[in-house]
Design a protein. Structure first.
Length: 254
């Protein structure tokens, strides 16, 4: 069984990754965990460093191999950005990321017919936000489109038909509010949640030839996090030897 997880390094996806590992890490020998993060010149690219750090920590804590990939979409996603109010909006971002992560994951399968669980960690607070690609209806329609893929098969020369891989789009938090999820997971994993990143406008300070990334605590994402967590789950300062975009471009060889 393959678990395909879209992981930004934010609070919601960190809770989501914990959910997957709590439920399936115990069956480690029969599970594959593919974790995908995406770089698209986002102003908060520091979230990808948070994602990398969290994956490394959870791999050790759950004693499981997490195949973490940071995928460069800087020439694609950045082209569909619109600024609406205080938050950047990327048209159809969820659909693009879900279908791409699904394709990347199932391409790794050595056998045809493998079951693939694809996770998106949208919660009820998101579905009420007004974004079309965060609604139940959107995910129901996308689920149908992905399931339609299963209706076809590979035709071999001897008329043997081999079905494509099975795809299950999982939205485990669709009926829960963010506040509920934070309360549930902070009880056991507060230190992990504090490693997550939410801020869209990080403050960068240079000192002793190092770069210190701190949350602004005033952008909409920070205010949303504070309204849910209060002072309980603070965003930790992330320190790098170089600026985050240079670091990621070197890491991704772009």
């Amino acid at each position: 069984m393959r678990h395909i997880i879209i992981f930004s390094g934010g609070l919601d996806s960190t809770i989501g990754l914990l959910y997957v590992l709590e439920n399936f890490a115990k069956f480690n020998n029969k599970q594959v965990f593919d974790v995908y993060s995406f770089y698209y010149n986002q102003t908060h690219a520091i979230e990808l460093i948070a994602a990398k750090n969290i994956v490394n920590e959870l791999s050790k804590r759950f004693n499981v191999e997490l195949n973490h990939s940071i995928v460069d979409l800087s020439n694609i996603i950045s082209s569909i950005r619109k600024d609406i109010g205080e938050m950047p909006y990327y048209a159809l971002r969820n659909m693009i990321l879900i279908t791409l992560a699904t394709a990347l994951g199932i391409a790794k399968n050595h056998y045809i017919g493998i079951t693939n669980f694809v996770y998106i960690f949208t919660h009820k607070s998101d579905t009420e936000s007004g974004f079309a690609d965060s609604t139940k209806e959107f995910f129901d329609d996308l689920r149908k489109a992905l399931k339609h893929y299963e209706n076809f098969a590979i035709n071999l020369d001897n008329d043997i038909r081999i079905p494509y891989d099975r795809i299950e789009l999982i939205t485990p938090f669709i009926d829960k509010y963010k506040r509920e999820l934070v309360a549930e997971y902070a009880a056991k994993y507060q230190d992990i949640l504090e490693m997550s990143w939410s801020c869209y406008n990080p403050i960068v300070e240079q000192q002793d030839e190092k770069y210190y990334y701190k949350p602004c605590n005033t952008c909409l994402a920070c205010r949303s996090r504070l309204s849910v967590t209060g002072e309980q789950i603070k965003q930790k300062t992330i320190v790098l030897e170089t600026d985050v975009n240079s670091y990621l471009k070197q890491l991704l060889n772009i």
